[in-house]
Write a protein that binds this ligand. Sequence first.
Ligand SMILES: [Zn+2]
Length: 77
Amino acid sequence: MRGKPVAEPVRVPVEGELASCPECEGGGGFHVAFRKREGGFEVFLVCPSCRFRFTVGEFLISDGEPRPYDPAIDDGP
Ligand SMILES: [Zn+2]
């Protein structure tokens, strides 16, 4: 891995709408960032003002690698 290890993004509860940084209340929107995870990338948010890193829930996207064969899905009815 390159770079320094960094802390896990903080899980932030959302009530109503979250459009400003929960840490500094600045920003007005967020940057999107990605972390490599087994089977894909975890998406998290970064405050453009204070760099606070957080998520609002699990948000994974595929890295494009085919998943392993799974008979429960691939064998059909
Ligand atoms: Zn902030």
